[in-house]
Structures are given as C-alpha cells and as structure tokens.
Design a protein around this ligand. Structure first.
Ligand code: 4AD
Ligand code: MG
Length: 430
C-alpha cells in the first residue's frame, strides 16, 4: 500500500511503500540507515543485511544522495526521532540515480546555497521554514474567514504609487507607464466600501536599495481593510490576528519548530492584548537606551526598533507618529494634528516592524490638501478621491509583511530564507 511519511502513524505494524528521496545515509557492515524525505516529512529507513540479503544490502550502501526511490517496509514506533516512527526496509526500487548532488551534508556558504536555492529548498531546515510559512497563510485565511472578511485581490500592475514614489518598479504598459504594486491598500479601501471587511494576500514590490536581513525586493503582504472601524478597533483586530497565527503555528508545526530549534516558550506568551506606546514615549525609551542623537520627527532604524522590543516580551505597537514621516493617506489625530492615527507593530527578539497600519483620511478636502502637499496628480489618483466623495465613512486597515512574520515565528535570522525564491538587491536568480 502506498502512503506518505506524514501518514505513517496510521500504518504502525503494516508494510507500506513510500516514494522518497535519499537525504542522507550512514552504514556499517551489517546495517544501513537511510534518511528518507518525501516532501511531507523526514523518516529513517533501516536496512539490515541479514534480512534483505547480500545483494540488495550492497545496493542500499551504494545509493547516492538525492536519488529517488520507492521504499517498502514495515512501520514501527521510534521514540528517538521527532517523527516518532521509522521503517524496517524490506525492499526498494531505484527510480532515478542522482550523481554528485552539489549540497552535501558538510557546511556551505550562504551565497553557494542561495545560488542553489532550487535544490536547497529540499533540506530539512528550509523544508521546515516553508511549512511554517504555509501554516501562517492557512491560519490567516482561517482567521479572516471566521471573522466575516471577504478576500479581495488588488491588481499588481498599477498606474500610481501607494507608498511614496521613490521605491517604484517601473514598466511599460503598452503606451502608458505602469508600476508594480507596492501595496494593494488604495484598492482595498475601494473594496471595503463595497464589501465592508476585506483582506488581500499577494506579492508587493519595493525597489529599495536596502541590503538588510529584513528587506526583500518582492515580498508578500496581507492587507485587511475595514469600513466603520477606527484605529482602536483596527489595533484589536491586529493583536487578535497575530495571536491566532502564532498559536496556530505552535499547535500545528511542532516538528518543524523543533527542527528549527525555536525557543517556543517565547511564542507561547504571544496572546492579545499587546502593549502600546506612543511615538513620543518610544523616543523617550530609545534615548534612555543610549541613543542620545534621536530627535522627535526621526524615523526609527533597526537598532532603535530592537532596543524598543527588548523592553517587552510581546509585540509592541508604536502609535501616533509624526504626520510628516508617514504616508499621505493617514488621518490626523483630532486632538493633535501633528501626529497621525497609526501604528507600527514591532516583533519581539529584534525581528523589527511586521505591521504598518492606520486610520485613513475620510474627509475629501483634507485629502485634496494632502495630494497638493505630496504632488499627487492625474487620473490614477482621482478614483481614490471619489471614495471620499460618495458616502465616506471612518475606515482603517493595515499590512502585515509575511516574510518578516515567518522569520520571527520560525526564528530565522534573515528574510531570504522565508520565501521560496527571494528577490534581493543582488539576486534575481534562481
Ligand atoms: O509599512 P508598510 O510600507 O505599509 C503599507 O504598505 C501599508 N499600505 C499597509 C496597509 O496599511 N494596508 O508595509 C507593511 C509591512 C511592513 O510592516 C513590513 O512587515 C512589510 O510590509 N515590508 C517588507 N517586508 C519585506 N521587505 C520589504 N522591503 C518590506 N517593506 C515592508
Ligand atoms: Mg511601515
């Protein structure tokens, strides 16, 4: 009977066949241990010479790394492996012999591994990271579907910038100019006026010349947008959403988190509500932490964010930023118009900003004024203004960066390992 490694727990004591690749192998004169992987997981296959016979045993010993096989054997419990099971191999059939697989069990440099990303994805750690990423996506759909949100897909090719004009990817659109989307937000605002509570999940692009462990050129963003919700309502959605995602990974990715050596005690604590500090308080805090040169009106860099995160054991919201360093669409605080109703959510343990969100300007005249201040003109922006002309309502939304969230939850140092094929400043291949 054919099965998969993920399903072997249903077949204890039975003989089954699994299509697999040979990840690794060690052997002695009488016994060979095959580290098998089939995409669903990793499992050890034990080949005993006395049972399988001399000829087949020699064949097992000569199998090469990443060769593909059909392996048949009996499933038995094995408390030492993370899976909890192993296979006593009774037979195997070589499908394809892999010769000189470039990624050997020895250490390789990052550039070499990134050049072989199409193969590196097969390794145990990368496999675990992709599974955590998948669980975060699954839990995202679950959370927003349960809360009555409608999934809406904004366009990738756009006629205007959503998040400032300096980081745009330009392309020709027949005779017109087009840009790759930096954020679906403006379209999601239109969708919220049609469907109430909406969320998107898709690729976004930033032509940022940043070469840090938190920046990708192409990254995936989850962007909820809610009509009739103010900024406080939105903060509550954000903390509940992030808590749900973390708790889902803890529950459904136990093997992966153990492969990744993740300290799960730091994740167990991630439950709403999250602490909140204002930008003013954050400035105070970083000054106390020894950054004397930081002034009101400055943006925070990675070292500042890490210093702030150190004071909390949960993600922390930094609210009410100066209007001049935030996007044109953010609503000013009525009590204090030099700051806007917005928040960045900073992940613990130095993983940086994972969410940017705000209440949006709903007043037509104020939005027109912002257009003038930011030099936003042309038909690409006119439709967005009309959302304020016809039945404008208070509304809020946010964007969660998937790769930074995966990096934090999986405990991976650099975002390049959190997306199957990262697009980086110096990398468009493989
Ligand atoms: O803070 P950002 O720029 O916010 C927006 O784009 C809003 N329009 C979202 C909204 O309100 N609908 O980006 C949101 C998040 C950041 O907090 C970060 O997690 C991630 O997107 N992000 C990046 N991730 C990887 N590489 C980059 N270059 C990123 N830039 C932003
Ligand atoms: Mg931001």
């Amino acid at each position: 009977m054919k099965t998969t490694i993920a399903e072997v727990y249903k077949h204890v004591g039975e003989e089954v066949t699994i299509g697999a690749w040979l990840a690794n192998k060690r052997s002695s004169g009488k016994i060979a241990f095959l580290q098998l992987r089939d995409g669903t997981g990793f499992m050890q296959g034990v080949v005993v010479k006395a049972e399988i016979g001399e000829e087949k045993f020699q064949e097992a010993k000569s199998l090469t790394q990443e060769s593909s096989l059909y392996v048949t054997g009996k499933i038995v419990e094995d408390t030492r492996s993370p899976l909890g099971f192993e296979m006593q191999v009774t037979d195997f059939e070589l499908i394809h012999e892999a010769v000189d697989y470039p990624i050997t069990p020895k250490e390789h440099g990052t550039e070499f591994l990134m050049d072989h990303r199409h193969l590196w994805l097969r390794s145990k750690k990368q496999h675990a990271v992709m599974k955590v990423r998948n669980e975060i996506i699954r839990a995202t759909y679950e959370f927003f579907n349960e809360q009555g949100y409608v999934k809406v897909d904004p366009p990738i090719l756009t006629g205007a910038s959503a998040e400032g004009t300096t980081e745009l990817f330009h392309t020709k659109y027949f005779d017109e100019d087009a840009y790759l989307s930096q954020s679906g937000q403006l379209y999601m605002e239109a969708a919220a006026m049609a469907l109430g509570k909406v969320f998107s999940f898709g690729p976004t692009f930033r032509a940022e010349k940043s070469k840090t462990r938190r920046h990708l050129i192409e990254f995936w963003m989850i962007e909820p947008e809610m009509a009739f919700m103010d900024h406080e309502d939105s903060l509550q959605v954000q903390e509940q959403y992030v808590s749900h995602v973390v708790q889902s990974v803890l529950k459904n990715c136990k093997i992966e988190l153990s492969i990744l050596d993740r300290d799960t005690s730091k994740l167990e604590n991630i439950q709403a509500p999250f602490p909140r500090i204002t930008y003013d308080e954050a400035i105070q805090l970083v000054k106390e932490k020894g950054f004397d040169d930081v002034e009101w009106g400055d943006d925070f860099g990675a070292p500042h964010e890490t210093a702030i995160a150190e004071s909390f054991d949960k993600p922390v919201f930094i609210t009410n930023w100066p209007a001049e360093i935030k996007a044109f669409y953010m609503k000013p605080d009525p009590k204090r118009p030099d700051v806007v109703l917005c928040a960045d959510l900073i992940a613990p343990e130095g993983y940086g900003e994972i969410i940017g969100g705000s209440q949006r300007i709903d007043d037509m005249e104020l939005m027109k004024q912002r257009y003038e201040e930011h030099g936003l003109t042309g038909p690409a922006y006119e439709w967005y203004l009309q959302l304020r002309q016809y039945g404008s309502v208070p509304h809020s939304g946010f964007g969660l960066g998937l790769e930074r969230t995966v990096a934090w939850i999986a405990g991976v140092e650099h975002v390049r390992e959190t997306i199957p094929f990262p697009r980086l400043l110096n990398r468009l291949y493989p």
